[in-house]
Ligand binder design. Structure first.
Ligand code: GLC
Ligand code: CA
Length: 550
């Protein structure tokens, strides 16, 4: 590959940590940086070599820290900048990279820039945010808050009312609306400079890169996202020149654009119903976000994402259709494989946990899939032990339905599952009330636990170059069986065959395979494979998967 990129990404396996809920070291009921440091050995032993930390900056926490009031300061509840530097150093000792979350598109209303921007008198920060000139209306399609400040205008927000959009300019400003500044306006360029400065600040403190929140949203009225692509390309140049080992990861959800923009990685999540949802979430009665109505047609940049089969591929019923995912995936993969990686995720802080009514076998298949696809896998803390989605919690810090996936990590069988020594009433969120809730300590002691099976899969990935980010990928269509998935991963020296057949009833399927003898199983669960005359036949007795050497 002729591209420049951090060398460690080829074999990176990310663990996403929601700091509030991971490990509380000082008994105040909220997770913190020292808590994370105390668990680095666990993270390493499990097989991860990279961490993505959700925002840890000072914040009034109206959106769990995605509303930053000081980008240069760790929120006191998590510790100090010194603690964070210690985390970088301790992680490094163990060969673990740490990525921070950069909230580039907006700040908190509590940020000093915004407070200054609210003033009637013109000042350096007046144009740092998007303000119209009329206190009554004229939003031009933006989401605006009226009646907040002394200055005569309304400000645009990106998400909640407490998250004013930073002003990176308009790609296509309306000439009649003077408040829509072009992207080359010096005030707007100053905001871009602030972003560069703060990213460089954290790189110099020792972090290994960033996950950029809402990365494509920065420039307004940007048809086809051309302007924001150029914007990020400039950042990539700085990375290539000054920080070639630092990773740029987008929350963009459209890899062809994100990777063109210079990001090394983008997540395969919200690309309509044919991506993450079609694999893990579609069900006749619900969708991945409870507020997205079913049977939607998405159109993103000319591509239609249509929900055709409402059974997700990895449902235990085994009635899904892998083509729904593959059609989109293959197009994205072909378009991007020379430029970076698509990330498969187990879940994240914005969606229900992957263990939403699943059993260990269901989860094992999903982990094996995530770990054997090209690109970079991301596992959300606790998914590796099968932590459950906890429905019905009252929203905390702007979580709303997302709160269900943000409960404390379950470490052992002591009070508060070992998360914190605080009284239960003081915890950031309650522990899963189920007495049979999984925990790390008990699972480590059981060879057959989900956690140990997960670790085995990671070991297999680590031992086989073809399974890592850059290994070639070849999809094998299985005629007459859309509910199974077959593909080949290949590197210079090896060729592996992957088979996935969710479906508790088991079954049989065949496909063409050009090999003289039956491939040997590296790991086969509920699955038998045999080959004759160029035809492979696979029998399963329950949901099954296999990793075979050809
Ligand atoms: C991203 C984050 C989400 C946050 C939002 C606004 O989507 O993942 O948690 O609420 O951006 O910053
Ligand atoms: Ca704490």
């Amino acid at each position: 590959m002729n591209r420049k990129e951090p060398s460690w990404l080829k074999n990176a396996v990310f663990y996403q940590i929601y700091p509030q809920s991971f490990c509380d070291s000082n008994g105040d009921g909220i997770g913190d940086i020292q808590g994370i440091i105390s668990k680095l050995d666990y993270i390493k032993d499990t097989g991860f070599n990279a961490i993505w930390l959700n925002p840890i900056y000072e914040s009034p926490f109206k959106d769990a820290g995605y509303d930053v009031s000081d980008y240069y300061k760790v929120a006191p509840r998590y510790g100090t900048n010194e603690d964070l530097r210690q985390l970088f150093a301790e992680a490094k000792k163990r060969g673990i990279r740490v990525i921070l979350d950069i909230v580039a598109g907006h700040t908190s209303t509590e940020h000093e820039w915004f407070k200054a921007s609210c003033k009637a008198e013109k000042n350096k920060y007046s144009n740092y945010y998007i303000w119209n000139e009329d206190w009554l209306d004229d939003s031009d399609g933006l989401n605006m808050i009226n009646g907040y400040a002394e200055r005569n205008g309304n400000f645009a927000i990106n998400f909640f009312s407490t998250q004013p959009a930073l002003n990176y300019g308009f790609a296509d400003p309306d000439p009649r609306k003077k408040w829509q500044l072009p992207t080359d306006h010096p005030d707007v360029q100053a905001v871009g400079e602030e972003l560069r400065k703060l990213m460089e600040f954290w790189l110099q403190q020792g972090c290994d890169g960033f996950r950029v929140d809402l990365a494509p949203s920065l420039i307004k009225k940007d048809k086809g996202r051309k302007a924001v692509i150029q914007f990020w390309q400039k950042f990539r140049k700085i990375f290539d020149e000054k920080y070639p080992e630092a990773a740029l990861i987008a929350e963009w959800s459209y890899a062809p654009q994100a990777l063109k923009a210079g990001f090394h990685i983008d997540f395969m999540i919200f690309c309509g119903t044919s991506a993450y949802t079609s694999l893990f979430r579609n069900e006749p009665e619900r969708d991945m976000f409870q507020y997205i109505p079913k049977k939607v047609f998405y159109e993103i940049d000319g591509y239609d994402y249509e929900l055709k089969n409402q059974n997700s591929f990895f449902d235990r019923g085994g009635h899904g259709d892998i083509n729904q995912f593959m059609t989109t995936y293959l197009r994205h993969y072909q378009e991007t494989k020379e430029n970076g990686y698509i990330a498969m995720v187990s879940s994240n802080h914005d969606m229900p946990r992957i263990n939403d009514n699943r059993n260990a076998l269901d989860l094992e298949l999903i982990f094996a899939f995530i770990m054997t696809m090209p690109g970079t896998p991301f596992i959300y803390y606790g998914d590796e032990i099968g932590m459950r989605n906890i429905k019905g919690l009252v929203s905390v810090e702007g979580g709303y339905t997302r709160t269900q996936a943000r409960t404390p990590m379950q470490w052992d069988t002591t009070a508060n599952a070992g998360f914190s020594t605080a009284p239960a009433s003081k915890l950031y969120l309650p522990i899963d009330p189920d007495e049979a809730r999984p925990n790390v300590q008990s699972m480590l002691a059981d060879d057959n636990s989900l956690l140990n099976r997960f670790k085995n899969i990671l070991k297999i990935r680590k031992a086989h170059e073809s399974l890592q980010a850059d290994g070639d990928f070849e999809f094998i269509p299985v005629t007459n069986a859309a509910n199974v998935l077959a593909f080949i991963r290949k590197s210079a020296n090896e060729k592996l065959l992957m088979l996935f057949a969710p479906g508790a009833d088991g079954g049989e399927f065949s496909f063409k395979l050009d090999t003289a003898q039956t491939p040997t199983a590296i790991r086969a669960v509920n699955m038998e494979l045999s080959c004759r005359d160029g035809i492979a036949t696979c029998k399963t007795s329950n949901s099954g998967y296999g990793i075979f050497k050809i």
